[in-house]
Design a protein around this ligand. Structure first.
Ligand code: ZN
Length: 140
């Protein structure tokens, strides 16, 4: 199963990044014509989704998620690591758990089989950081 990865440098604490071009390149490079691409991140404070490529919508998504799970809320994880600025990130762990760290996307004729409005999006929940995105392509 060909697996490749690429790095994404995020610039904000909360940010959505369209990684569709990089994922598409990984699928092309795999040589798989028909199968499934599993896009995953080996992290606990970001997530992967498939949705529309509209930056205003991305703000809505981030605002809605952090409305449910506020940044800087009262969390045991943050209290345990009080004084460690980089670990005040329970909101990011919780949202990542809810949303998930991977998506599976059909591959057809050597390309991601996405709908017209669908993009592969990385949700940064505790940036800025350098994130690794892995693409495993399974031929069927
Ligand atoms: Zn943490």
């Amino acid at each position: 199963m060909p697996t490749s990865e690429f790095a994404v440098r995020t610039s904000e604490r909360l940010q959505v990044i369209d990684v569709t071009p990089e994922v598409g390149e990984a699928v092309s490079a795999s040589g798989v014509q028909d199968g499934i691409a599993v896009v995953s991140v080996p992290h606990t404070t970001c997530a992967v989704v498939v949705n529309e490529g509209d930056p205003d919508l991305w703000e809505d998504i981030l605002k809605s998620l952090t409305g449910l799970v506020p940044v800087g809320g009262r969390y045991r994880h943050n209290e345990k690591y009080a004084g460690m600025p980089g670990e005040q990130n329970a909101h990011a762990h919780i949202i990542s758990s809810m949303v998930g760290n991977s998506r599976s996307i059909p591959v057809r004729e050597g390309r991601l089989d996405l709908g017209t409005w669908q993009r592969v999006l990385l949700l940064e929940l505790d940036g800025p950081r350098t994130r690794t995105v892995r693409v495993s392509v399974l031929g069927l």
